[in-house]
Design a binder for this molecule. Structure first.
Ligand SMILES: [Zn+2]
Length: 477
């Protein structure tokens, strides 16, 4: 299994990869607000590569080994690492870097410069990245986990509905490089394909057009739709994953069109400086309401909002100023609207609780959670539909459910009857910028799709309006 050899080609490859990493990492502008940021300086890369090749060609040895029956120790020894260096290397990988579970087939690569170990890389097969240990004077000096290079790209798809939206997506939306081989060979490939289409469909039907199209009743054979998709491409293993929808158009067979255009901006009142993506109609009206109807993807109301009820645990009557949704343990809980987390911790009878402060004096709370979403804390800005935790039964609770409550200006309101305000439309400078960007996006999107995308027929609408005005005058007389 040991492949210890002086291999100039391999060295060249690694150095070229390092050069690519430098160039692409610098220009990784995924959240900079530009949807068209694919300007790569290929010429500079080539110069860089040639310079590196001349430097390293004569001085580097590359060894590789694979995790087998002897686990990490065996694989490290196969690289020619022994004695104190062996112990230090294993310790850094296991303890400092936390790579405690190795799997058969994970690989290690060691680089020797003029006979001295300079760098070791460990590639766990189940992660998109690798561990890197740099050595100086024979001892580990720097170590880190390097996430795999990820490129963001755009792709346009055109779908015809002949049975269902799912089938239309399945037939046309899968990228040709979803898997490295380009075809679905094993069960992992198939589940990646199903996962891709599920995420895409959910983004389209449950998020983007949830208030514009009823996907149970409105969808008819003969409908057409177009989506501009953003994807994550992982060049190292040649795989592609769904990231998000940038823009979409849905043309009904009986006429009429629903549209969604992207707009990158900083939300009003958000403390975070992060640029976010929102979707708007052609006229700058938001595609979403301020709040989702419920904080879980599915579930039944097990207890509604009331000013007095018999409490199931405490045994006496007291108000229930919220709605309980019974859902299976571990179901995802969403933030119903954009906002800032103000509470995230144990809160008496609520158990594990998250509260979010929204715009216009609104506040929402989510109780009895089993656990919280990773990488959030008090002060984090969360988006509508973002996972904030998981359904549990902590605190005063008889079974898995989420207690959902809403306050306006400090007083409890019934989330079910509170009129859901639409999210703010664009106006002023933002509207101007949106309208000018929309023209560019639509033109580029048409180019990517290879067709002239349909637009609403404004002239016909004007005629109809004129007619209805004439008709409307009659009853008034
Ligand atoms: Zn409750």
């Amino acid at each position: 299994m040991l492949r210890h050899r002086r291999n100039w080609a391999a060295a060249a490859l690694i150095m070229a990869a390092a050069a690519i990493t430098l160039v692409f990492t610098r220009s990784n502008d995924e959240n900079s607000g530009s949807p068209w940021g694919f300007h790569r300086n290929i010429e500079a890369l080539e110069v860089c590569r040639i310079e590196m090749l001349t430097i390293v060609a004569d001085t580097v040895d590359i060894c590789t080994s694979t995790i087998g029956e002897e686990f990490l120790g065996g694989a490290v020894r196969e690289l020619g690492i022994s004695g104190g260096q062996y112990l230090a290397t294993c310790e850094v990988l296991m303890d400092s870097l936390g790579w405690t579970v190795q799997k058969t087939g994970d690989t290690l690569t060691a680089m020797y410069c003029r006979g001295e170990l300079s760098e070791l890389r460990a590639y766990p097969g189940n992660r998109r990245g690798f561990y890197r240990v740099l050595f100086s004077a024979g001892s580990p000096s720097v170590w880190e986990y390097v996430p795999q290079e990820r490129w963001i790209r755009q792709r346009a798809i055109s779908c015809d509905v002949s049975t269902t939206v799912w089938a239309a997506l399945w037939d046309t939306a899968l990228p040709s490089d979803l898997t490295e081989s380009g075809i679905l060979i094993n069960s992992r490939d198939s589940s990646r394909a199903v996962g891709y289409i599920s995420e895409l469909q959910r983004a389209l039907t449950d998020r983007l057009f949830v208030y514009d199209i009823d996907f149970y009743y409105d969808v008819k054979v003969g409908d057409k739709f177009w989506i501009l998709i953003e994807e994550n491409h992982y060049p190292m293993d040649g795989e592609t994953g769904f990231r998000r929808i940038l823009a979409a158009k849905y043309l009904f067979a009986h006429g009429g069109i629903a549209e969604a255009f992207p707009f990158f901006h900083r939300p009003d009142g958000a403390e975070s400086a992060e640029i976010i993506l929102d979707h708007y109609h052609r006229d700058g009206a938001s595609l979403r309401t301020m709040f989702l109807k419920m904080p879980v993807p599915f579930g039944r109301i097990s207890s509604g909002y009331s000013s007095a009820r018999l409490h199931p645990v405490l045994g006496y009557t007291r108000a229930h100023r919220g709605i309980d949704y019974a859902s299976p343990m571990g179901t995802e809980i969403y933030a119903v609207g954009d906002g800032t987390i103000t509470v995230r911790g144990w809160l008496g009878g609520y158990g594990n609780m998250v509260r979010i402060r929204h715009a216009n004096g609104y506040e929402t709370g989510y109780g009895h959670m089993n656990g919280y979403a990773a990488s959030q804390s008090v002060g984090s800005y969360v988006r509508q539909g973002e996972i904030i935790g998981y359904v549990g039964s902590t605190g005063l609770s008889t079974g898995p459910h989420v207690h959902f409550e809403m306050k306006k200006n400090g007083s409890y309101v019934n989330p079910a009857t509170e009129i859901m305000p639409p999210a703010d439309p664009l106006d002023g400078d933002e509207l101007e910028r949106f309208l000018s960007e929309m023209v560019v996006i639509e033109a580029q999107w048409s180019m990517l799709a290879g067709i002239d995308l349909p637009t609403p027929e404004v002239e016909i609408e004007t005629e109809t309006e004129t007619e209805s005005e004439v008709v409307a005058e009659e009853p008034g007389q």
